[in-house]
Design a protein around this ligand. Structure first.
Ligand code: FAD
Length: 485
């Protein structure tokens, strides 16, 4: 064919990108484009913005990097502003394209947009969709996606036994674009972000914070650099399973999530690097465990194809009828990290300040919201959607539904956040890092400042209600009621 439009979505990379590779293979000239859709800077129906500033910054940097990579091969990245169903068909018409190549995503809104673009294309222009963001290809699953198991373990075992991960496809060596294209400007953070007012001033991206686990520079180049540093230079993969429940520093876990969510890294490429590490360094349970976690990621993606919009309902995919509270003030205290429970507040402040929170932290703050406060889990999911640098629709809403007991697990998953704090932050280093007002307290009080008596308050200079919030509920009593874990 003569010309193909390559519509980039959450696949901002050149290596192992079958959308780009196939278009370059099949067409003499390609027109690569990214569209900043104004609906992405809108608010969700629960209040928070759909995309906050952390992720907007990451995306902007990812687009800069993608443009540089495409230019290196003789290509270009066009940047356009507008609704995708207007911009992509107009561009196809203006460039006399024979086809539009694009990534397909499983969530409802993404599919609606895809269909709108397809329906808007001029007659005779093909719409070529590619499934590009999971480790296992959807067409290789042993059981079709609409009848896969809703429980992770049987699904994973079946897939691991019978499915090969496909090889990554190389980046195109040479890309030819039309001569007369107008490239357009890389969108600003403001153009990419909604107004994230819910988290208070902390949610503004006002420069780096040296407590952040990583600067999370966006783009495929930075993503590959992160893998290089974590696997090869730091040699951390050999201990991944043992360290992955950490909360401080760059190397307790891979920090690949933001790169995977924007498609700067492909899971198949990471898989190939894991296999290479296993050949060249060591193959053990820890190296396998990274693939195990990538299987979790896949699981939620396929679950979204299966259950679609049911994932966004209060009752979830299992139709669990629970009484959810809609207390705005309590929710705001949770979101701002002002509940008075240090382990929750430290994690929320890290999220607000940096856009990232460890997996251990996410499970705990989610459980606190849905179990201790019984607040509608969708409010929490929508807040994470705004704040996370690594937000992914299936990973986020799937994990929240799971934690709320309405998703892919029928067990009661509630966490006793006080016990979790003692277990995973025994010396209170994490809490004292993110809550400097508690930095002088001994560990037992840093996790339970309400237990300080008057003399100790004076000695340590911590006055509840002034230096740090009073507990919003009686946590000890609440966790005694909820019991265990
Ligand atoms: C309430 C809640 C919300 C979450 N929201 C998101 C989200 O929006 N985006 C997101 O990428 N992850 C989400 N997660 C999953 C997990 O917390 C992050 O993927 C992980 O903390 C990212 O850090 P990492 O890349 O260092 O992870 P690692 O421990 O190094 O894991 C490697 C990769 O495996 C995948 N992975 C690991 N755990 C999970 C999991 N439970 N579910 C799905 N994929 C997983 C991620 O792609 C991750 O990058 C959420 C978890 C919870 C409990």
């Amino acid at each position: 064919m003569d010309t193909a439009v390559v519509w980039f979505r959450d696949d901002l990379r050149v290596t192992d990108n079958p959308v780009l590779a196939d278009a370059v293979d099949r067409a003499e000239t390609v027109v690569p484009v990214y569209v900043t859709d104004p609906r992405r800077r809108g608010d969700s129906e629960y209040g928070p913005a759909k995309r906050g500033r952390h992720r907007a910054r990451f995306r902007r940097e990812s687009l800069q990097d993608l443009r540089a990579s495409l230019r290196d091969s003789g290509g270009e990245l066009l940047l356009r502003d507008g609704t995708v169903e207007t911009v992509v068909p107009e561009l196809a018409a203006a460039s006399d394209a024979n086809a539009v190549f694009a990534q397909t995503k499983p969530a409802t809104e993404e599919i609606e947009r895809e269909h709108a673009v397809r329906d808007g294309l001029p007659a005779g222009v093909d719409f070529e969709r590619r499934w590009t963001h999971t480790l296992y290809h959807i067409n290789d699953l042993p059981t079709p996606y609409d009848s896969i198991d809703d429980t992770f373990t049987p699904w994973r075992k079946e897939v691991e036994q019978s499915t090969e991960v496909r090889d990554p496809v190389p980046a195109p060596a040479e890309i030819t674009v039309p001569d007369d294209i107008e490239a357009g400007e890389i969108p600003t953070v403001d153009a990419l972000a909604g107004d994230d007012r819910t988290g208070g001033d902390d949610s503004r991206d006002d420069g780096p914070d040296d407590r952040a686990v990583l600067p999370f520079e966006g783009g495929e180049t930075a993503g590959k650099g992160r893998l290089e540093a974590y696997f090869w230079e730091g040699d951390h993969l050999r201990e991944y399973k043992q360290t992955r429940n950490g909360m401080l520093g760059a190397d307790y876990s891979s920090k690949f999530s933001a790169y995977l969510a924007a498609g700067c890294l492909s899971p198949r490429w990471i898989h190939r690097e894991v296999r290479r590490y296993e050949d060249e360094r060591v193959s053990n349970e820890d190296t396998y465990w990274l693939l195990f976690e990538l299987a979790w990621r896949d699981f939620f993606q396929f679950q979204f194809v299966k259950h679609g919009g049911d994932f966004f309902t209060a009752d979830g995919i299992r139709g669990v009828d629970k009484e959810w509270q809609h207390d705005r003030e309590a929710f705001q205290r949770w979101a701002a990290g002002e509940t008075g429970l240090p382990f929750v507040d430290a994690n929320m402040r890290e999220l607000n300040r940096t856009g990232y929170m460890s997996n251990r932290g996410r499970q705990n703050v989610a459980s606190f919201l849905v179990d201790a406060l019984e607040i509608d889990w969708r409010w929490g999911a929508a807040y994470f959607e705004q704040q996370l640098v690594d937000y992914d629709v299936a990973s986020n809403w799937g994990n929240w539904a799971y934690q709320a007991g309405v998703g892919n697990d029928s067990r009661d998953n509630h966490f006793n956040v006080l016990s979790q704090a003692d277990r995973y932050d025994g010396n209170a280093e994490y809490v004292r890092t993110w809550l400097p007002e508690l930095a002088d307290l001994p560990p037992e009080y840093a996790h339970r400042p309400w237990q300080l008596d008057d003399a100790e308050r004076a000695e340590y200079g911590v006055e509840l209600g002034i230096d740090y919030p009073r507990p919003m509920i009686d946590f000890e009593q609440r966790y005694a009621e909820l019991g265990r874990r």
